[in-house]
Design a protein around this ligand. Structure first.
Ligand code: HPA
Length: 283
């Protein structure tokens, strides 16, 4: 993967900011595979399509609308990425980490990352929602590799509390309030686009992973390096390869997220309401 061209990243962020009239969202969210409808209760006040930003391009994966929105949550403004670019579809990290860079540039304090993932731990079954407590980067690369760019944070960012404990507590509180059952676990990110082999899933089990997916970790790393408070949610859409009997398909992933949409929607709204009330929580 090519290191990031910082000038291109900056100019793309400036173009979006100008286009959005220099709005100042307090929070940001990336809606991954099948999470697009989680914001249906919010009012979209402005939209920029991914393909209007040359560096970002089209989202290209089913279940990813490919749009940047400003949304009125009823409790402040949220910068929403409906869809994401994945490392497996890119030759540079820039489109993958652009949402975290833009969220920081626009002054957001907290970033919610969502994705679809395969359940590794026995109790993580299709339809479950899981708070990401920590991650294992098995992508074989890091978005901060290359000559140090101070605009991307320190040379050696500390990831000890990457998934901000205060935000994880807020997710639990929001879930309790909405009577949604919420699990917790460690997310292992692989580069994809192939799903894992059974032997790989057994290896990730040994390493301490609870769920596996192809995203989120690059954005989380940059967001943490830039000092944003980070929260992560996975929708478990299937059992990972060694642990289930069925062949894996992206269509099944999307079907399961559709069934989980009411819970996603209630959880994301209740969480953002809580975060808006305490935008600096975690500091
Ligand atoms: N593996 C990797 N990525 C995924 C999976 C999986 O089983 N399910 C949804 N995204």
């Amino acid at each position: 993967m090519k290191p990031i061209n910082i000038d291109m990243l900056r100019s793309s962020a400036n173009a979006v900011r100008e286009r959005l009239g220099d709005a100042s969202p307090s929070t940001a969210a990336i809606l991954g595979s099948g999470w697009g409808a989680a914001i249906d209760d919010w009012t979209i006040t402005d939209t920029v399509a991914f393909d209007q930003i040359p560096m970002l391009g089209a989202a290209a994966v089913k279940g990813h609308a490919g749009a940047i929105h400003l949304a009125d949550t009823g409790h402040g403004t949220c910068l929403v990425f409906q869809g994401r670019r994945h490392a497996y579809g890119c030759t540079s990290w820039a489109p993958v980490i652009f949402p975290a860079f833009l969220a920081h540039a626009m002054g957001a304090q907290a970033l919610l990352l969502t994705n679809a993932a395969g359940g590794i731990r026995d109790d993580l079954q299709p339809g479950d929602l899981m708070v990401i407590d920590d991650h294992i980067n098995a992508m074989g690369d890091n978005p901060l590799r290359g000559p140090h760019q101070p605009d991307l944070g320190p040379r050696f960012p500390d990831l000890t509390r990457l998934y901000t404990p205060a935000l994880r507590n807020q997710l639990d509180a929001a879930a309790t309030e909405q009577s949604i059952s919420l699990k917790h676990g460690v997310y292992v990110a692989v580069s994809g686009p192939s799903y894992e082999t059974p032997a790989e899933v057994r290896a990730y089990t040994t390493l301490g992973a609870d769920a596996v997916g192809m995203s989120t970790v690059p954005e989380a790393i940059l967001a943490g390096a830039l000092g944003l408070n980070v929260a992560g949610l996975s929708c478990i859409t299937n059992r990972a390869a060694a642990t289930g009997n069925d062949a894996l398909s992206h269509d099944d992933v999307i079907d399961v997220t559709r069934a989980a949409t009411p819970a996603m929607r209630a959880l994301v709204c209740a969480f953002m309401q809580r975060v808006a009330a305490k935008p600096h929580a975690g500091e």
